[in-house]
Structures are given as structure tokens and as C-alpha cells.
Design a protein around this ligand. Structure first.
Ligand code: NAD
Length: 338
């Protein structure tokens, strides 16, 4: 029997997760909930996704706009086997009691506190931890990117210390109110940034320090990575290891891709929905070893790398597949691999 999945919050992450769930042979997209009858609400209806009002008092707004509703969010949560909460940071915490009222397990996104949930989740890092959990947090875009990178490195070579500088986009392309517009901001100024502790929600023992900057860009984040290893492999070995991972894309030197702009163009040229890049994009020639220090650059598409992770987290909660089976199925159905 297919897992009945509801998505509460149909914005940047929610609409992508809804599309990915709809592609899964073992899941049905039961519906999506929205607060307002905007263009994304119309898109849900056009896609044939049952649309629910997230706020009961606003049902009239949908009626006035001529956007057809299947009901209100309580009905959707009641009927679902699991809810993916993709509402803005902090709103997931407000919604927790709603999911508890209907005894429906929920996935939350990286904007929520780790303390809200039974476990944080990354498919490559700790798939099994989510089995049977009622509240699971799929870690943020940056933490997902770091977890996917550090898991194989830790397993293969051992990590003495990871030091990462995250150059973060100021906002998503649609977030017209965010910035900076003309500045480079240490963010936060005090160390460490929250990303290191967040990676520790997946790998509690890993020694990692992170620093963050915010820049006037919208397309992707870029990570400058230095990991002191417990052994001294050749750069070529590390390149091969990272190439073997199913959610990494090693950008070949020959592609002449110099940054996020060309990466997004590459994805759009290849027909990726919304120009999404679900994989960590690692510049192959940046992978270097100096003694036991590994260096590399990777770009992370903040709007989409967590999407396959949400799909895997659903299977992880119900124990319907192991990590390898789930990742393979998600990758195949979504068309992962560049
Ligand atoms: P978003 O603002 O694009 O989308 C959120 C949607 O939820 C909007 O459509 C909003 O109208 C709706 N909403 C607001 N209140 C609601 C409520 N009470 N009930 C139902 N819907 C409600 O935000 P987003 O970027 O998709 O972020 C969602 C979550 O994903 C956050 O926790 C965020 O930190 C996390 N996340 C975002 C990114 C990113 O770069 N965009 C990356 C990874 C994780």
C-alpha cells in the first residue's frame, strides 16, 4: 500500500517536495496546504494536487479568487500517513501540536530547531535513526551538503578536524526583500556558525568548525572546505571516492563551469525542473591534498538539495526500505545524476 503523504507549506521547498513525492511508486501525494490563493496555489490545482487551506479563516479568500479547495489543513493531516512541513522557519514548531492532535508523524525542515524533533536526518549520514520517529528534521541545505561530503571521507580516511567556510547566498531568487545588496557580511560574526553544531546532529563525534559569510548572490551557496584527515590519500583517490557517491556531481575541468551561474545554466540546458541541482557540485580540480589536509570547493543549490532527502526520510520513518534501496529509488525516479 502506498504511503499517503501531505505537504504543509507549498513554497520553495514544499512545491519541490510535492513534485518529488508524486513521482514515487510507493507514495501518493494526498494534498498540499497553502495560506494564500497566490500563483503557487493555482499551480497546485493545475498539477492536480488537492489543495487545502492552511488557515481556516482564510477559506473565503480562496473562494473569492476562484481557487478550488479540497478542505482545510486538519482534514489533510487526519487523512495522511505523514506530513512534510515546509512552512517558514519557526512555523513548523507552531504546527507540531496539529500533527500530534491527529497522531500523524511529521517531517520538518532545517529552519526548525534540532530540539523540536526526535532526530535530525540525512540519508547518507543516519538513515536508520528516523525509523518509527514521530518528528524528524531534514537538516538544512548547507548541512545536507556537508553531511553528504563528510560521510564518505570520514568512513574512508577518518577526520581529525573539518574546517569549512560557507559563503552563503543572501536570499533565494524570489526573496526580493533580502540582502545584502552590496556587501560581504561575516554572518554570524561570532564563531562558530550554527552549521558545525548542526552537522553534529547527524555525526555527533565529528570534529568540525564552521564560519559563515553572506554575499549578494541568490543562486547557490559555496563551501570552501579543509579537512585534516587521519590518513594521507592521493587527491586522485579522494576524487574517485567522491565521484562514486550517488548525490555528488564532480564538475569536470573540461566543462568550463566557473561558478553558480554556469551550473544553473547547465542544469536548465539539461531540462532539470526549475533548473534544480539536487547534487553537491564539487569542482574536480579543486580536490587537493597538502600532507594530510584535504581542500576543495563545492556549490550547493539551497532550493533543491534537501528534496531527495525528504523523500528518503519518509521511507526511513516507516522502515519500508533501507538507505541504499531508498536512495536508489529516489535517485532513479527524480532523474538524479549529471
Ligand atoms: P518559503 O517561504 O519559500 O515557503 C514557505 C511556504 O509556507 C510559503 O508558501 C508560505 O506562504 C507558507 N506558509 C506560511 N505559514 C504557513 C502555515 N502556517 N501553514 C502552511 N503554510 C504556511 O520557505 P522555504 O524556503 O520553502 O523554507 C521552508 C523551510 O525549509 C524552512 O524551514 C527553511 O529554513 C527550510 N529550507 C529552506 C531552504 C531555502 O534555501 N529556501 C533550503 C533548505 C531548507
Amino acid at each position: 500500500m502506498s504511503i499517503q503523504v501531505a505537504v504543509n507549506g507549498y513554497g520553495t521547498i514544499g512545491k519541490r517536495v510535492a513534485d518529488a513525492v508524486a513521482l514515487q511508486p510507493d507514495m501518493d501525494l494526498l494534498g498540499v496546504a497553502k495560506t494564500r490563493p497566490n500563483h503557487e496555489a493555482e499551480l497546485a490545482v493545475e498539477n492536480g494536487y488537492p489543495l487545502y487551506a492552511a488557515i481556516e479563516e482564510r477559506v473565503g479568500l480562496f473562494e473569492e479568487a476562484g481557487v478550488e479547495l479540497a478542505g482545510t489543513v486538519g482534514k489533510m493531516v487526519d487523512a495522511a500517513d505523514i506530513v512534510v512541513d515546509a512552512t517558514p522557519s519557526g512555523t513548523g514548531a507552531d504546527n507540531k501540536s496539529l500533527y500530534d492532535d491527529y497522531d500523524t508523524p511529521a517531517l520538518y525542515q532545517g529552519g526548525e530547531d534540532a530540539a523540536l524533533v526526535d532526530t535530525s536526518f540525512n540519508a547518507r549520514g543516519n538513515f536508520d535513526a528516523a525509523e518509527g520517529a514521530d518528528h524528524v528534521r531534514v537538516v538544512s541545505c548547507n548541512t545536507t551538503g556537508l553531511s553528504r561530503l563528510l560521510a564518505p571521507i570520514q568512513e574512508e580516511y577518518g577526520v581529525e578536524k573539518a574546517r569549512i567556510t560557507l559563503v552563503r547566498r543572501g536570499g533565494d531568487p524570489t526573496q526580493s526583500g533580502r540582502g545584502p545588496i552590496n556587501d560581504i557580511l561575516p554572518n554570524p560574526v561570532s564563531l562558530p556558525s550554527h552549521h558545525g553544531p548542526d552537522v553534529n546532529t547527524i555525526f555527533p563525534e565529528l570534529s568540525i568548525d564552521t564560519l559563515g559569510l553572506k554575499v549578494p548572490a541568490t543562486l547557490m551557496h559555496t563551501h570552501s572546505v579543509n579537512v585534516t584527515l587521519e590518513s594521507t590519500p592521493d587527491a586522485a583517490d579522494v576524487r574517485e571516492l567522491l565521484d562514486e557517491q550517488s548525490r555528488t556531481f564532480l564538475i569536470p575541468e573540461s566543462s568550463a563551469i566557473d561558478g553558480a551561474g554556469k551550473l544553473k545554466e547547465f542544469a536548465m540546458d539539461r531540462g532539470r525542473p526549475r533548473g534544480d541541482l539536487w547534487e553537491n557540485c564539487i569542482w574536480a580540480e579543486s580536490i587537493s591534498m597538502e600532507g594530510s589536509d584535504l581542500y576543495l570547493f563545492q556549490a550547493i543549490h539551497q532550493e533543491s538539495d534537501v528534496v531527495p532527502e525528504n523523500v528518503d526520510a519518509i521511507r526511513a520513518v516507516f522502515g519500508t526500505a533501507d538507505a541504499e534501496e531508498s536512495v536508489e529509488l529516489t535517485n532513479e525516479t527524480m532523474g538524479m545524476g549529471l
